[in-house]
Design a protein around this ligand. Structure first.
Ligand SMILES: C[S@@+](CC[C@H](N)C(=O)[O-])C[C@H]1O[C@@H](n2cnc3c(N)ncnc32)[C@H](O)[C@@H]1O
Length: 216
């Protein structure tokens, strides 16, 4: 028998990570049209939600390698934890560049030290420099870490413990027990993300990009 969804969500431990507050930018407003890539099973207010999976919350089912939109349509493009799941992230970045309006903002997030997770596949990991190298003609405004070394340590500790256990129910129990015990350690990242060596074992990194306004 499957446990009910309410019971599962009540027992689910808090996430073993917190986001770097410095990632948020107030000066990147939404416009009339904004694109969220990879929001299956999510409602993303203010965005056209595009995903390869026709799941609840998705407005447009399409492949990010070939966005079904005209050039320069969107004021904001969000690509959060998607680049590791596509065969050709460079091509996805070129599509983001194409559909972004001059003066528009793009924001991408990708894992560096994070366990394998397939949506539907998982191809690679990124560094801030790697994201920067894919900017093309977009101006790099900022790169940084969304989640830091404490998040890495926690997600790998939990994964490692689960890997040692042969049965699904034991793994679920370990996930709950370790998750509920260890989660306060996530706040270490508020301090660790200020350390110069945090980048060596950062968890997810981000980049903010802006499309230059052409002055003729
Ligand atoms: C890790 S999830 C992202 C979750 C969400 N952005 C968040 O942060 O909660 C990755 C998403 O990318 C979608 N995806 C994978 N490959 C894709 C592609 N080629 N085109 C569009 N979406 C894709 C998956 O279906 C999945 O919904």
């Amino acid at each position: 028998m499957k446990p009910s969804r309410t019971l599962t969500s009540l027992l689910a431990p808090p996430e073993p990570l917190i986001r770097n507050p410095r990632e948020h930018r107030r000066d990147a407003p939404l416009g009339r049209w904004n694109l969220y890539i990879g929001g299956a099973n999510r409602h993303v207010d203010g965005y056209v939600n595009l995903d390869i999976d026709p799941a609840p919350g998705v407005n447009v089912q399409a492949d990010a390698h070939l966005l079904p939109f005209r050039d320069a349509l969107f004021t904001r493009v969000e690509c959060d934890a998607v680049l590791e799941h596509v065969v050709d992230p460079e091509r996805v970045m070129r599509e983001i560049e194409r559909v972004l309006a001059p003066g528009g903002w793009a924001h991408a997030v990708a894992p560096f030290c994070h366990p394998f997770h397939a949506y539907p596949s998982d191809y690679r990991r990124f560094t801030p420099e790697g994201l920067r190298s894919m900017a093309g003609s977009l101006e790099v405004i900022e790169t940084g870490w969304r989640t830091g070394p404490a998040a890495t340590m926690l997600v790998f500790t939990i994964e490692f413990a689960k890997m040692l256990l042969p049965w699904r129910w034991w793994r679920a129990l370990a996930h709950g027990l370790l998750g509920w015990t260890l989660w306060p350690l996530r706040y270490l990242d508020l301090y660790l993300l200020r350390m110069p060596y945090a980048y060596r074992v950062g968890n997810h990194c981000y980049i903010w990009l802006r499309k230059p306004v052409k002055l003729d």
